[in-house]
Ligand binder design. Structure first.
Ligand SMILES: *Cc1c(COP(=O)(O)O)cnc(C)c1O
Length: 376
């Protein structure tokens, strides 16, 4: 024990090390202010109504997260992760921030890194859409592409160790960096915007999972505010979340990577909270594409594939409620805009190359919207 004390003062003096650094604190305060100011300049995202026959007694809404300054729901996550990393003392001036990302998080983090003046490196699978790579570089970030999607975590940690930078690790920290009790998180915002609707408390909120952070935040907020809303998480193909949740297996794995960018993971991510999820669905990727194209016909807006996965699932729930004569509302999300995926979900060549036939799913949706019957 006395080893810890400087020679000559064994056990008598108080060991006292002050590492405060006024220069760093001034930088930190300014960086936090810049992130908060970005939020202060921003408006809330819209809650859009999806047209359904009023006599069904079931209303469907889409929380439009594509209108954030960086175009996706990852703007919220990136803001939370930067504030968490700054306030923890993990993000330092001049040191790079590194992230393992399938794209959208990296786009938003590149934006915040530039805002506070630190370098940014995104580690992503080579299959990430070229438009996302372009957006990351537009915001001043650098893209480090890897062949094996499962290696993004180790490659990011190694780059951080080499450079003295900070590996943000969205898949671990998404659930805890987000202020789930309120502070205008996505759930609080949805409930506030539902206030004047005919069914203000949604029967279901449908949220897809990438990090799992959004569904965890929504589910926790619902329980914390003692509401009855249930949470459904639809999972795409090539993802282990559904099986891991079903079997209670946190070691669940799948080979390959999800075709629906932003969602579906090869491992059970630490930020995915299975016990907070009421219900899951495994949605075929072709159904997701059919749904996202139906969205454009219904509201004139294009969105990414994950929006389609969520919308398919939400429509299935709407059809059940209508069939059972249960009134109420269902809320799902527009996660990001479709213009990032013109060469994927909006390309018939891509569908053919992937062997995806959306026709039967398109018929299911059209039949539902015309008759209220679910034939899928
Ligand atoms: C990240 C992401 C999701 C899922 O959100 P999480 O909070 O990470 O689970 C859905 N869609 C898109 C486009 C995303 O980028």
């Amino acid at each position: 024990m006395s080893d810890a004390f400087p020679a000559g003062a064994p056990g008598r003096d108080t060991l006292d090390v002050d590492r405060s650094d006024p220069g760093h604190r001034a930088w930190l305060k300014d960086a936090v202010r810049k992130v908060q100011a970005d939020s202060n300049r921003s408006a809330d995202t819209h809650l859009i109504s999806f047209p359904l026959p009023e006599q069904w007694g079931v209303d469907l809404y889409l929380k439009d997260e594509s209108t954030h300054p960086t175009g996706s729901l990852k703007h919220r996550l990136a803001r939370s992760l930067f504030l968490y990393g700054l306030c923890n003392g993990w993000i330092r001036p001049g040191r790079p921030v590194i992230e393992a990302s399938s794209g959208s998080t990296a786009v938003s983090e590149a934006y915040f890194a530039k805002l506070i003046g630190v370098p940014f490196i995104a580690v992503m699978p080579r299959t990430t859409s070229s438009e996302k790579t372009r957006l990351i570089e537009f915001h001043g970030g650098r893209c480090h592409l890897v062949d094996d999607p499962r290696s993004v975590y180790e490659v990011s940690a190694a780059l951080a160790a080499e450079s003295g930078g900070h590996y943000m690790d969205q898949f671990t920290y998404a659930e805890r960096a987000t202020d789930w009790r309120g502070n205008n998180n996505i759930a609080e915002s949805v409930y506030e915007q539902m206030r004047l609707e005919r069914f203000p408390e949604p029967a279901w909120i449908v949220a897809t999972a990438g990090t799992g952070g959004t569904s965890a935040t929504i589910a926790r907020y619902i329980r914390y505010t003692q509401r009855d809303t249930r949470v459904c998480v639809p999972d795409p193909e090539n993802s282990c979340f559904f099986d891991g949740w079903l079997r209670g297996d946190n070691e669940a794995r799948v080979e390959g990577s999800s075709r629906i960018e932003g969602i579906g993971r090869p491992r059970m991510e630490p930020s995915f909270l299975p016990t907070a999820v009421d219900r899951m669905m495994k949605v075929p990727d072709a159904a997701a594409v059919a749904a996202v194209r139906a969205l454009e016909r219904a509201i004139g807006r294009r969105a990414g594939g994950s929006t389609g996965t969520g919308l398919w699932s939400a429509l299935k729930i709407v059809s059940e409620m209508a069939a059972e004569g249960r009134t109420g509302s269902v809320v799902t999300l527009i996660c990001d805009p479709g213009d990032r995926y013109l060469d994927k979900y909006y390309s018939d060549d891509w569908l053919a190359a992937q062997g995806l036939d959306i026709a039967p799913y398109t018929r299911t949706i059209e039949t539902l919207l015309a008759t209220g019957d679910w034939t899928g």
